[in-house]
Design a protein around this ligand. Structure first.
Ligand code: PLP
Length: 693
């Protein structure tokens, strides 16, 4: 400890013993003693009331939510899901209705089905506009890759919205093929079949070609091409297929290896030449229909897409020039990204382009190469999944409790009998309060001293020299000092901070226990550190005065959210409101519609969550109606996934209780009641129940 600090502290200690009242003069008391003309300068009178607009800015809603999400004048989250309409639903009113009328427990996934439609229409209209403006001489015909969200209502909604645009589907496995084939209502719709395919799948695909359906297997590896030819010969047809080109261009970030030399997908240029030769030999030049690439999901930087488009368009053009006149589609794959955290430089969470720039990049990029090479413009196919589905689904969870760092009671007094370690901590706090001009390195030193005292108190307790009460007081003092150091550090607004001071925020924040499982509902946060916008859905016209990390119900220490969206720095807390039990406090997890629904696992046997499908309707009192409620997984359903069944468990429990009855430890009536209580849990939601016991 530096001399000046010891000196200050000693002086203050003597001083405070003689004039303790000076140290405890409150701000209010000071204010009361000030003359009126000075009172107007007291900063608290300048403080503006917190508004919905402040919340909108604090949670970066404009950055990730435009034009669909905003905070309304009631301080609730508002959602405008309908294309070119201003109808705005109140998410909090909806949540209250689900709780009160539908008797739904949380967590709940709310699907705004109109938002799915909006995204499909916007994508198609953007392509239409770009094609018209560029004078591109062909059309856009998109497909939806169902792996992003296979929920059949989601797929049906997308297809319905995409009907006028001939929007089709993409599948990547046997199950997805079987799910998608019956949806090919119109012969003109495309079903693009990516992923590895066995002989049975290829046989089914080619048979559907025979009856006039546009089912296109995309050759991922050369051996698949051989298999296609064999099966086509057995069926006595000329096959139709696409090829995925293994590009030199790569993407960036988490999914970058979906293309490039290291990719597990696609055929090389030399294999492509072998395919061309083989087709020419068989005089089946018309069989090759489509050239495909996929750079990887969430392309963060448009320049990577530009390169890939040029490279693939060149392949398309050269194939034409080699006599492959049947190639009529160029498929640019998925990858159209979502701004989970607009403005960030982190490739996982942000993108540097919008719908329009993406579409222009595709249309103009292909056109430029084709015009140069003098080949016809192909039909443009894209496989956008994330960009279509992410926005439509919101996970709503309830914060069911909080833990906060203990703080010193303002009435705290030191007794002569208190342990020296307590006295030292108390002196440190007083000195800190009395020296408001400490620099960062001095604050760091105070922090180190405090830490040392805390460690001493832990050791003293372990060896029996501190009782529980004294230990609790040292903890309270420790956290109060840390908090005050942290407040000073924030006030200093320094661009650079020593690591330990920077980490203080993390140590001081509250923990809000939320009724959900990270592993079921937000797997990408855990597996690849993807951040999602999270914020309260109500009380947004009230300043959130607490900072918290969120912890889930699982018994896994990884079941915790401590990275929150913030374009400027790594943010390890969320601003939240103090809980006001018994009034529920709801948090919304936004942009959850892509991948999360389907990737989720059942860690700790937390299952699928309750789900509702909501449509906008201006004729209804709150501008919406709940079309469907799908109850989440019950305890019984979750147990069945690991081969426990109610009958067996019930029988075992019965035997166990009968033993206790035989031992005279339980009355038979009580045993019966206990058995009924136990059996009642089978039908319970696997998350917390909101009903009382
Ligand atoms: N197409 C293919 C071949 C894919 O592998 C994927 C996913 O990675 C997609 C489309 C969907 O991509 P996104 O959700 O980024 O649009």
């Amino acid at each position: 400890m530096t001399e000046w600090f010891v000196e200050q502290r000693e002086r203050l200690f003597i001083f405070s013993h003689n004039f303790p009242f000076i140290l405890f003069l409150s701000a209010a008391a000071l204010k009361n003693n000030l003359p009126n003309e000075i009172l107007t300068d007291v900063p608290s009178s300048d403080v503006q009331a917190w508004t919905s607009a402040d919340a909108q800015a604090l949670y970066y809603v404009d950055a990730w939510g435009q034009p669909y999400f905003s905070v309304n004048e009631l301080g609730n989250m508002g959602i405008k899901p309908v294309y070119k309409s201003n109808v705005c639903m109140d998410l909090h009113k909806l949540v209250e209705e689900l709780r009160d009328k539908e008797n739904l427990s949380f967590p709940v996934v709310i699907r705004f089905m109109d938002l799915l439609r909006s995204r499909v229409i916007e994508l198609n209209e953007a392509f239409r506009a770009a094609i018209q403006e560029a004078g591109y001489k062909n059309v856009y015909q998109g497909v939806y890759p169902i792996k992003v969200n296979q929920m059949h209502e989601v797929v049906e909604e997308i297809l319905e919205a995409g009907h006028p645009y001939n929007f089709g589907l993409e599948c990547g496995s046997k199950s997805e093929l079987i799910a998608t084939l019956p949806y090919l209502e119109k012969d003109g719709m495309l079903l693009i079949c990516n992923g590895y395919k066995d002989a049975t799948m290829l046989h089914l695909m080619l048979t559907f070609q025979k009856i006039g359906k546009k089912v296109l297997p995309v050759v991922e590896k050369y051996s698949e091409f051989k298999l296609i030819l064999q099966i086509a010969d057995t069926l006595k047809i000329q096959p139709q297929f696409g090829i995925r080109v293994r590009l030199s261009s790569t993407g960036i970030g988490q999914w970058a290896t979906s293309s490039g030399d290291q990719s597990k997908f696609g055929v090389t240029i030399s294999e492509l030449l072998d395919i061309v030769e083989a087709l020419k030999e068989r005089q089946q030049e018309e069989a090759l229909k489509l050239v495909h690439f996929h750079l990887g999901s969430q392309i963060s930087d448009i320049k990577f897409l530009k390169n890939a488009i040029k490279e693939t368009a060149r392949v398309y053009a050269k194939l034409h020039q080699q006599g492959m006149k049947g190639v009529e589609y160029m498929d640019v794959g998925g990858g159209l990204g979502v701004n989970y955290e607009a403005g960030t430089i982190d490739p996982l969470n942000g993108i540097n382009y919008g719908f329009e720039e993406y579409v222009n990049c595709v249309v103009y990029g292909i056109m430029e190469v084709c015009d140069y090479e003098n080949v016809p413009h192909p039909i443009i196919v894209s496989e956008s999944g994330r960009a279509i589905t992410a926005h439509h689904s919101v996970l709503v969870t309830e914060a069911i409790g909080s833990t906060q760092r203990p703080e010193l009671n303002p009435e705290f007094e030191l007794y002569p009998t208190d342990h020296d370690v307590l006295k030292e901590l108390w002196k440190t706090l007083q000195t800190l309060r009395a020296t408001p001009t400490l620099r960062l390195n001095q604050l760091l030193e105070v922090y180190h001293d405090t830490l040392e005292l805390r460690q001493q108190s832990d050791t003293l307790f372990t060896f029996g020299y501190l009782d529980l009460e004294q230990k609790a007081q040292t903890e309270r003092l420790y956290w109060t000092i840390c908090k005050e150091i942290n407040d000073r550090v924030h006030a200093a607004k320094s661009e650079w901070l020593p690591q330990e001071l920077d980490d203080l925020d993390d140590h001081l924040v509250d923990q809000y226990l939320c009724d959900f499982s990270l592993f079921q509902s937000m797997l990408d946060y855990w597996s690849i550190d993807q951040r999602f916008p999270i914020m309260p859905i109500h009380r947004l016209n009230e300043e959130p005065t607490r900072r918290a990390t969120l912890v889930d119900l699982t018994c896994d220490s990884d079941g915790k959210i401590r990275n929150f969206i913030c374009p400027d720095y790594d943010k390890h807390f969320l601003e939240v409101h103090p809980l006001r039990e018994p009034t529920p406090y709801y948090l919304g997890f936004f942009l959850m519609g892509a991948y999360q629904d389907i990737l989720g696992d059942t860690h700790n046997l937390f299952g699928r969550v309750n789900e509702v499908h909501v449509y906008a309707d201006e004729e209804e009192p709150n501008d919406y109606f709940v079309e469907k409620v799908i109850r989440g997984a019950t305890v019984e359903e979750m147990l069945a996934t690991v081969q426990y069944f109610p009958n067996q468990l019930h029988k075992r429990m019965q035997t166990l209780l009968q033993d206790k009855v035989a031992q005279g430890l339980l009355r038979p009536k009580k045993a019966k009641e206990l058995l009924d209580l136990y059996a009642g849990f089978f039908k319970d939601y696997s998350y917390f129940s909101s009903h009382n016991v």
